[in-house]
Ligand binder design. Structure first.
Ligand code: HEC
Ligand code: HEC
Length: 289
């Protein structure tokens, strides 16, 4: 800091004493009003930090004990209480009964749509159209486990191959190549046969040999003609609907290494009323039986 206050000769104002290449910096302090507002903001901030939650940890960290979650709690509670009579009816009725009652049905469809968007759309698509890689469409009439109310309800409640629900659906298909149950040549042959089920075989001799392999290893689950089996969740192989892709490479992989689609069980995650509403919603997507 310069000891002697220096005036700029042109403007007559004080300088800070800093000089660069002959240019001097004028001393222009912040306006007082601005400074006081600034100090007031700092004081306000300090008080806020003491009273309200201000640190990135959960729960109330301020002296007042206020939290945003706590503040909307009563509102949520009131909203829930408003829904409760209807939810109780959803719990008490079966999905088939809900679907048969126009008032219950429209409530279930509206609620089911929201619950579906929140819990199911990530895997099954926003309209239940499914996704490549083993996530079946729920909007068509091609069902792995059945499209009646009870079947859909069972699948949603218990899930598929999740290892936590004893009633989960889905058995395991053997890994024919990985576990040495068939040779690579046999897997190639049976793949030709599977392609032949939808008229796409390119090597008749291989498809012929594959038919024998299929009869011995596959019909117990997939059926004589590849029509599938809902008790096991073995998909139909003689249609155009594929969980994992119906081209040669994907079928080879399915047969050689097997697939095992997994779905969580929802009976422990969602209110039984919501599971019922989801059942009615999925049933109404297009393929309900
Ligand atoms: C983590 C992904 C995932 C989520 C989330 C999920 N599912 Fe699934 N779901 C699957 C898979 C994978 C299958 C097929 C299982 C198989 O290969 O056998 C399936 C199968 C189904 C089926 C049987 C379809 C048929 O053809 O029989 C229904 C019904 C179903 N899901 C409904 C739901 C509903 C309703 C929800 C939301 C509450 C949901 N899923 C959430 C992955 C998921
Ligand atoms: C123990 C029962 C079982 C046997 C035996 C079995 N499969 Fe499967 N297979 C399944 C199941 C269950 C699935 C569905 C896996 C899933 O959903 O993730 C499946 C899936 C498939 C798929 C995939 C279908 C799709 O839509 O993408 C093909 C292809 C297939 N099997 C072919 C065969 C062939 C060929 C054989 C005989 C060499 C065979 N399977 C034997 C149960 C079986």
């Amino acid at each position: 800091m310069p000891t002697k206050v220096e005036k700029d000769s042109v403007t007559g104002r004080e300088t800070t004493g800093h000089e660069w290449d002959g240019l001097k910096e004028l001393n222009t302090p912040l306006p007082k009003w601005w400074l006081y507002v600034f100090y007031a903001c700092i004081a306000f901030g300090l008080v806020w930090v003491v009273i309200y939650p201000a640190f990135p940890v959960s729960g109330a960290t301020g002296l007042s004990g206020w939290t945003a979650r706590g503040a909307i709690g009563p509102e949520l509670e009131a909203e829930r209480a408003k829904q409760e009579p209807m939810l109780a009816r959803m719990r008490a009725a079966t999905p088939a009964e809900i679907a048969a009652d126009p008032a219950l049905r429209s409530y279930a469809l509206a609620g089911g749509r929201i619950a579906f968007a929140n819990n199911c759309a990530a895997c099954h698509g926003s309209g239940g159209q499914g996704a490549v890689g083993g996530f079946p469409s729920l909007a068509d009439d091609d069902w792995l486990y059945g499209g009646g109310f009870e079947a859909i309800h069972g699948t949603i409640a218990h899930g598929v191959r999740n290892g936590v629900d004893a009633d989960a659906r889905g058995i395991a298909m053997p890994r024919f190549l990985a576990d040495g149950l068939l040779t690579a040549a046999q897997v190639g042959d049976v793949t030709e046969h599977v392609l032949g089920l939808t008229g796409r075989a390119t090597d008749p001799a291989a498809a012929e040999r594959g038919a024998a392999v299929f009869a011995e290893n596959c019909v117990s689950c997939h059926g004589e003609k590849g029509e599938g089996n809902r008790d096991m969740g073995a998909p139909r192989l003689n249609d155009q609907v594929w969980l994992y892709g119906g081209d040669k490479a994907n079928i080879l992989r399915s047969v050689g290494y097997a697939r095992a689609g997994v779905m969580p069980n929802w009976s422990t995650r969602l209110d039984p009323a919501i599971v019922n509403m989801l059942t009615v919603y999925v049933h109404a997507l297009g393929g309900g039986e």
